[in-house]
Design a protein around this ligand. Structure first.
Ligand code: NDP
Length: 457
């Protein structure tokens, strides 16, 4: 369904049941010996072909993505391009799989450390980046010699189907890549059960916790990317334009539906009023409308459940004493869609629910602080630890923040959302579990290290 236009059905897709998901696991298992021991050149060429087709068809794939997820065409184009680049990047990484050879402490013995594929890997992905997140899991999984089962989010089957078709056409041998579309709760036990060797998940904290439990019970390697409550600290010495741009992009673009969204704006006393005024003005200048219409800067919320969640957090924030200075209204547009104006709260406290729980919508709240030390303490006062940003012209504060923010990623004078495709992505505390994703660090999850001792005899 198109969240910009509820009369537009983007496509119809089947749901598989447990028996078909089990067949996919069996097919992956059967394909694994040949795929994992086959030549790396074949893997490199497969990934390169996939990347080439994704990039060549980026406009068409972006249109599909914007239609089913609701991000703007420009954002969708960026996401599809990123997905293509990820496949290209891992096409190169395939021929850079490294080992080590060390001298043993025992004379006459050599020690070799090599990386081997994990086996059958289940990838469970959310709706908010329906092509980039599958890409950044599938590409390293295949590059390092694993067989894959992808379970995309129920809300965004079209992008997953298009990507699967491309992978198939690029020549992935039967069983190496499998797509299962269906309800997460129904298929979850198969995808985190004894038939698979590893599961990589991105989504909500609650589902992540249940996957961790099931993986532990079944002895499966697990990687989880979950929520965030990312702070953007704005210090008195910040460049106001930079700070407003960072807040606007980080909090509201992508309709705020990003795990790296800056939902907490931690603002120092001296710049507070100017910042709130300038950000409010910038918010009023945004165009909330059909994701595919020229000029739209913020698309609709993804579906009615997410919209209900966003609206309920707006009520919660008001009930807690937060003052809404901008947005937070349901909007009617030419087409009937899930439109919500971006919302800004001030006078909020770090202890309020609006500052502790992930909303996952275009809603941000300002916490006023007196100095840098309080800003850092507030930024770190959260169960999450994905990304933190600071806007400042002080090298001293930027350097200290970079070192002391309790997150996996830090941004200085940049929005908390928006990352490169060739470097590690991930968080600390309740945001992430297991090895990092993306870049060369993806090898940590998609391979197993083997240590071999060799004596000449
Ligand atoms: P979920 O965590 O429910 O879904 C993510 C993926 O997990 C989907 O493919 C889903 O399938 C699948 N899934 C659901 N239940 C199970 C299960 N028991 N076992 C295995 N897989 C399962 O997130 P939603 O998409 O429903 O979004 C809900 C909330 O999660 C959002 O409002 C937001 O707060 C947060 N979220 C955070 C994201 C992030 O990047 N940090 C991304 C997306 C959501 P299915 O779609 O079929 O249910």
């Amino acid at each position: 369904m198109n969240p910009s236009d509820l009369d537009h059905i983007v496509g119809e897709y089947d749901r598989v049941g447990v028996a078909q998901a089990e067949q996919a696991v069996d097919a992956a298992r059967a394909a694994f010996p040949a795929w994992s021991r086959g030549g790396v050149q074949a893997r490199a060429e497969l990934l390169d072909r996939i990347g080439t087709e994704v990039l060549a068809r980026r406009a068409e794939l972006a249109d599909l993505l914007a239609s089913e997820e609701g991000k703007t065409l420009a954002e969708a184009l960026g996401e599809v391009t990123r997905a293509g680049n990820i496949f290209k990047y891992f096409a190169g990484e395939v021929v850079r799989i490294r080992g080590e050879k060390l001298t043993s402490v025992r004379p006459g013995v050599d020690v070799e450390i090599t990386r081997e594929p994990v086996g059958v890997v289940a990838l469970i992905t959310p709706w908010n980046f329906p092509i980039a997140i599958p890409a950044w899991k599938i590409a390293p999984a295949l590059a390092y010699g694993n067989c894959v089962i992808l379970k995309p989010a129920d809300l965004t089957p079209g992008s997953a189907w298009a990507l699967a078709e491309i992978i198939h056409r690029a020549g992935a041998p039967a069983g190496v890549f499998n797509l299962v579309m269906g309800s997460g709760s129904a298929l979850g036990p198969v995808l985190t059960g004894r038939g698979v060797d590893a599961v990589s998940f991105t989504g909500s904290t609650g589902v992540g916790a249940s996957i961790l439990k099931s993986a532990a019970e079944n002895g499966i390697k697990v990687q989880l990317e979950m929520g965030g409550k990312n702070p953007l600290v704005v210090l008195d010495d910040a460049d106001l334009d930079v700070a407003v741009r960072c807040a606007l992009d980080g909090a509201y673009f992508g309709t705020g539906q990003r795990c790296t969204a800056s939902s907490r704006l931690v603002v120092q006393d001296g710049i507070h009023d100017r910042f709130v005024e300038a950000l409010s003005a910038a918010m009023r200048a945004q165009v909330v409308d059909d994701a595919r219409a020229p000029g739209t800067t913020i698309g609709p919320v993804v579906d009615k459940n997410q919209l209900a969640q966003d609206m309920s957090y707006i009520e919660v924030a008001e009930g807690e004493g937060g003052r809404r200075v901008e947005g937070g209204e349901r909007l009617q547009r030419a087409k009937n869609g899930f439109y919500l104006s971006p919302a800004l709260f001030v006078d909020t406290l770090p202890t309020m629910r609006i500052n502790r729980e992930e909303v996952f919508g275009p809603v941000a709240s300002v916490i006023r602080v007196k100095d840098y030390d309080e800003a850092l303490a507030v930024a770190n006062d959260t169960p999450f630890g994905l990304c933190a940003g600071v806007c400042t012209t002080s090298l001293k504060h930027a350097s200290h923040f970079k070192r002391n923010a309790e997150t996996g990623m830090v941004m200085v004078n940049l929005p908390t959302a928006g990352v490169d495709y060739h470097v590690p992505f991930g968080g600390r505390k309740g945001s992430s579990y297991g090895p990092r994703e993306q870049g060369a660090y993806a090898a940590e999850f998609y391979t197993i290290v083997k240590t071999a001792y060799v004596s000449a005899g």
